[in-house]
Design a protein around this ligand. Structure first.
Ligand code: GLC
Length: 535
């Protein structure tokens, strides 16, 4: 499964990679119906992952390496195994215990229709009917995700009070901040009215039902959490961070979550979703900077997305005969193009001002594992959608640390005899961290190099970014500060740098040497120059 002790063991690797913060997915006590995002006890470590003492050791060791620790807090929903949910079931309709969740009577003559037409983001109805303590068919409860994740009712005073205690519990143990799960959720439109387009959540996997998401009252929660973390900072001078997962599709609505006094950051998902295309990146970067002048949190991969290497792998135009694929050069290997593009996109991202979030294994250039046997799939999205949505297991397969396949490529302790929670494909031997460590042009060393430069080049520490517009089609050029210009070639042919003397190349994502005044296909190159070289 991986555990906290395993994380401690890899902190030197993370420090060597050059990261300065670590966001941990939920490790709290949980029956694990959604990879721990169904929390049964917010202040306990699930025994599968370790103990509170082990967690304290992790924080102390991480801090010793200069790595801050950010926890995942899940305030939109609980677990059916949370004691307050059990208390709600036992207490009966109309009780204050039921009031902590969204229980309602069903519609129809026998109450056997859900109370409204909302659909779960994972698929299926957003309501499940319970049996009352006397065994009769009873009320329904709301779950915008899986049935094992009942939504909290944030208008019940116990709920905000619970989360303030939870945040304080972990802040008192030394954590540096929180990644806030489903930050556009929590409050629902009063009365939980039907919405004509309620099926869109299920159809798109995005939070688009305006009655279920993005209610004005949620911003009060973020203001109160911000005050809470600021109190800790005021007391000891250490910064604390709140970064929200806001899945709304309107960038202006997302920007509301980082207004003064609310969350510090929200993830820039449009960067992760962008096609590998210069114009698209230019537009995504321009929009993100316009909406988040105080800092964008860039992201290309996370535990919910197919890995970038796979997303950027082109479908050749004639592969399925429908003509909507991509025209590839003769003999090109789509998988190699996917890897080249993921590397180029990463180097573009690492040249941008703000924060960058990397997802475990992206520094190894791991692809998604698309052919996991159905019997090992864990994601409720797969199961609730009746298999029509593949789910997210393919990006969660354990990293190959060692080329040797022993102990799941070094993921598990030597004595392990059971399979890893998700199996690694045999081809991952070639991507193992130990081999990449010794290979100069490996993806691991590319990330290390980029992260080191990000720390040492003063222009990259500024907030100044100029996006050039006078570049040939398919070439994205940007200058940071005055001395650093990067080019990303999103085409399949080499493009000469617009300026004949672009400067000293200090980073290239192309694996083999190339002329300094040419950007190879699907490649990003960083140049350092003494003067203000125009793009
Ligand atoms: C967030 C998490 C995702 C989880 C969902 C429900 O989107 O990132 O992994 O399934 O919330 O908690």
């Amino acid at each position: 499964m991986g555990d906290l002790a395993g994380v401690v063991g890899k902190l030197p690797y993370l420090a060597g990679l050059g990261v300065d913060g670590l966001w941990l997915n939920p490790f709290y006590a949980s029956p694990g119906h959604d990879h721990g995002y169904d929390v049964a006890d917010h202040c306990a470590v699930d025994p599968a992952y370790g103990s509170l003492e082990g967690f304290d050791e992790l924080v102390a060791t991480a801090h010793g390496h200069g790595i801050r620790v950010i926890l995942d807090v899940v305030p939109n929903h609980a677990s059916i195994a949370h004691p307050w949910f059990a208390a709600a079931l036992a207490a009966g309709p109309g009780s204050p215990q039921r009031g902590r969740f969204h229980f309602a009577d069903g519609r129809g003559p026998d109450g056997n229709e859900p109370p409204n037409n909302w659909r779960s983001i994972f698929g299926g109805p957003a309501w499940t009917r319970i049996s009352e303590p006397d065994g009769t068919p009873g009320q329904w409860y709301l779950h915008t995700f899986a049935a094992e994740q009942p939504d909290w009712n944030w208008t019940h005073a116990d709920v905000p009070a619970l989360f303030e205690r939870v945040l304080s519990f972990w802040l008192d143990r030394g954590v540096d901040g929180f990644r806030v799960d489903v930050a556009q959720g929590l409050h629902k439109k009063p009365g939980l009215p039907d919405h004509p387009d309620a099926a869109a959540d299920e159809a798109t996997g995005d939070p688009v039902n305006p009655n279920a998401w993005n209610q004005p009252a949620v911003h009060q929660v973020w203001r109160s959490w911000r005050r809470l973390v600021e109190d800790y900072t005021a007391a000891d001078g250490r910064d604390r961070l709140l970064i929200g997962e806001v899945g709304l599709t309107d960038p202006a609505a997302v920007a509301d979550y980082t207004r003064p006094g609310e969350l510090h950051h929200t993830f820039c998902f449009p960067f992760a979703h962008a096609h590998f295309d210069a114009d698209t990146y230019r537009q995504v970067i321009t929009t993100a900077l316009a909406h988040h002048p105080d800092g964008v949190a860039w992201v290309a991969n996370n535990h919910d997305l197919p890995r970038a290497v796979t997303r950027h792998t082109p479908t050749p135009s004639d592969s399925d005969g429908d003509g909507d694929g991509e025209e590839l050069p003769a003999g090109a290997d789509p998988a190699q193009i996917g890897l080249a593009r993921a590397r180029a996109a990463a180097a573009l991202m690492l040249a941008l001002p703000g924060a960058v979030y990397l997802y475990q294994g992206e520094e190894l250039g791991l692809p998604d594992v698309a052919d996991l046997p159905v019997t090992v799939l864990k994601d409720p999205m797969y199961h609730r959608s009746g298999g029509t949505r593949p789910g997210r297991d393919g990006c969660r397969v354990p990293l190959p640390w060692t080329t040797s396949p022993d102990h799941h490529h070094g993921f598990s302790p030597p004595a392990t005899t059971t399979p890893a929670w998700l199996p690694q494909p045999p081809t991952w031997a070639d991507l193992a961290a130990d081999t990449q460590h010794h290979t100069t042009t490996s993806t691991l060393n590319l990330y290390r190099q980029a992260l080191a430069l990000r720390r040492t080049i003063p222009d990259l520490a500024t907030t100044t970014l100029t996006l050039h517009t006078d570049t040939p089609p398919g070439l994205l050029a940007l200058t940071r500060g005055t001395h650093l210009t990067t080019y990303t070639n999103t085409t399949h042919h080499p493009i000469p740098t617009p300026h004949p003397h672009p400067g000293q190349p200090i980073l290239t994502t192309h694996p083999t040497p190339h002329p300094t005044d040419t950007i190879p296909p699907n490649t990003t190159v960083w140049y350092h120059h003494d003067d203000e070289t125009p793009a």
